[in-house]
Write a protein that binds this ligand. Structure first.
Ligand code: XMP
Length: 508
């Protein structure tokens, strides 16, 4: 396996994912990790990530030079490249012009292992202001760009490699080849990180850990908990109990679909708690988005923990936590920020022997591959993100059972038309919203006064920013036609053409 030592750059998870694409297991650790911990792991290679700081600023993240003397190959990327320079007494300076974007580099050392199968002139992604003005003694420049005389350099004897550009982003045309060369030609990795062996190993480890005890898992119907359920089912069958809380805010027929999938395809005890009516009564009168979210969240966990309490009998509590939920990433200076944490604290009176998190080493795309291999239907494995509060954030104003039904019907038509039009894979997320607005319409000879429904569809890589999707007019026309004709209480359809920012993807 390979270590990605995190110095606070924005692409750190991407580096680990790219390494894993080459069937080499990569894990991310903070630059604050003790050297003894690193020594104990027998890494085949270490990658220093980028980062927003300047190496000559003493408060920036640094690392003991000892790490370069362990005999483990090191690849420094961007800040990591400057850090190697600084650690080995080369010179890093601030440039007058930042280099940003797609830049051509020229490879000057044709037999560099790092650039095997890479054309002499190729395009890479640069993003830096500081630059290496003098490489350390013992190193040799292997590539340069117009503004960056030392775009890549290496010390073959010490197995140290440095690149100023970002091989992990797709804008670097041969980035993938460069990473592969580092992993296989420099680090001599064996490439045995495969999802089939992950499944076998995990199932065996789960069997060993769980023994003949019981294990309880909260199933949301989302990708992660579904795949965790399938893995646990394969490992321990009926010793697994899945608790599925249906708060009545899922998409049309989705609760039934989840129940059917897991009771028919997998061996387990499936416990469904239907509490839609209770949720609606708790939500009565609530119109403020934050109030609604709070009520839904509080109620959900109340029902959920009550059920878990009933099922808990020592044994294990399982969670579908995935790798990005677990990594702490250093953003900015030395501050440690937990970027994301899906874990919710368990009430103290619930007693389990231990927690199991079978997916805690996997990225989302790996989770999906495992899910497919375990036989989970494609529509579940490739499900779009669905907010925890469900349709609750897509009904503006007070939530009623009638409004939920109207929205579910319209949303089902929209999804059906998108599936039929074959453009689903071009959209990152799409759904309907019920804005609680009524407008006048005409149907036959009658005047109508009924609901307006909004359709929302976005394209995005990371859901932090997004653009509205350019759905073809003829598809929009069919969606609109069908919704007003087939769904009761809707007489108008509008299309949300706001990007994020300034809009958010959801309306509440
Ligand atoms: P926004 O609306 O903030 O949404 O642009 C970004 C992404 O997050 C999803 N989302 C949520 N997911 N719990 C979740 O698990 C929530 O409360 C929640 N709110 C928004 C949203 O669907 C989109 O994919």
């Amino acid at each position: 396996k390979v270590l990605v030592l995190d110095f606070g750059g924005q692409y750190n998870q991407l580096i680990a994912r790219r390494v894993r694409d080459h069937h080499v297991y990569a894990e991310i650790k903070q630059y604050t990790t003790d050297i003894e911990e690193i020594k104990a792991e027998n890494y085949k290679g270490i990658i220093f990530t980028g980062g927003p700081n300047s190496v000559y600023d003493m408060s920036s993240p640094h690392y003991s030079k000892e790490i370069l003397e362990l005999g483990i190959p090191v690849l420094g990327i961007c800040y990591g490249c400057q850090l190697i320079t600084w650690m080995c007494d080369g010179k890093v300076e601030s440039a007058i012009n930042s280099e940003y974007g797609k830049i051509q580099i020229d490879i000057s050392k044709s037999d560099s292992k790092l650039f095997k199968d890479v054309p002499k002139e190729n395009i890479v992604w640069m993003s830096h202001t500081d630059y290496v003005s003098e490489i350390p003694k013992g190193f040799e420049v292997t590539a340069s760009s117009k503004d960056c005389p030392c775009a890549a350099f290496e010390n073959v004897d010490k197995n140290l490699y440095a690149v100023q550009f970002h091989p992990e982003v797709t804008h670097s045309e041969y980035g993938n080849v460069i990473l592969k060369n580092f992993l296989y030609d420099v680090c001599h990795c064996s490439g045995d990180w495969q999802m089939d062996s992950f499944i076998d190993n995990t199932v065996n480890a789960l069997r060993e850990k769980i023994g003949d005890k019981k294990v309880v898992l909260g199933l949301s119907g989302g990708v992660d908990s579904s795949v965790a359920a399938a893995l646990l089912s394969k490992a321990v069958g009926k010793q697994l109990t899945c608790v599925f809380v249906d708060q009545g805010l899922m998409r049309k027929n989705e609760g039934d679909f989840v129940e059917e999938t897991f009771t028919k395809l997998f061996d387990m005890n499936f416990v469904r708690v239907n509490c839609g009516h209770e949720f609606i009564s708790k939500l009565k009168g609530a119109t403020d988005p934050e109030d609604k979210r709070k009520i839904i969240g509080t109620e959900f966990y109340k029902v959920f923990w009550d059920k878990i309490r009933e099922e808990a009998d020592g044994g294990f509590f399982a969670q579908g936590t995935i790798y990005p939920d677990c990594i702490e990433s250093g953003k900015g200076n030395a501050d440690k920020i937990k970027t994301h944490h899906n874990k919710v604290a368990m009430p103290e009176d619930i007693k389990f022997d231990d927690v199991v998190e079978p997916l805690c080493d996997l990225f989302k795309d790996e989770v999906r591959v495992v899910g497919e291999k375990l036989g989970i239907p494609k529509e579940l494995v490739w499900r779009q993100p669905f907010p925890g509060p469900g349709l609750g954030v897509r009904i503006i104003g007070e939530i009623t059972e009638e409004k939920i039904k109207i929205l579910q019907d319209a949303d089902a038509v929209f999804r059906d038309e998108i599936a039929k039009s074959g453009i689903a894979q071009d959209l990152s997320q799409f759904f309907c919203v019920l804005p609680d607005v009524r407008t006048v319409g005409v149907m036959g000879d009658h005047r109508t006064y009924d609901h307006l429904v909004a359709i929302r569809a976005v394209t995005t890589d990371d859901f932090m920013t997004a653009d509205f999707a350019r759905i073809p007019y003829d598809v929009l026309a069919r969606v609109s036609n069908r919704i007003v004709n087939e769904c009761e209480h809707i007489n108008r359809v509008v299309y949300d053409i706001t990007s994020k920012p300034p809009g958010t993807i959801e309306w509440e």
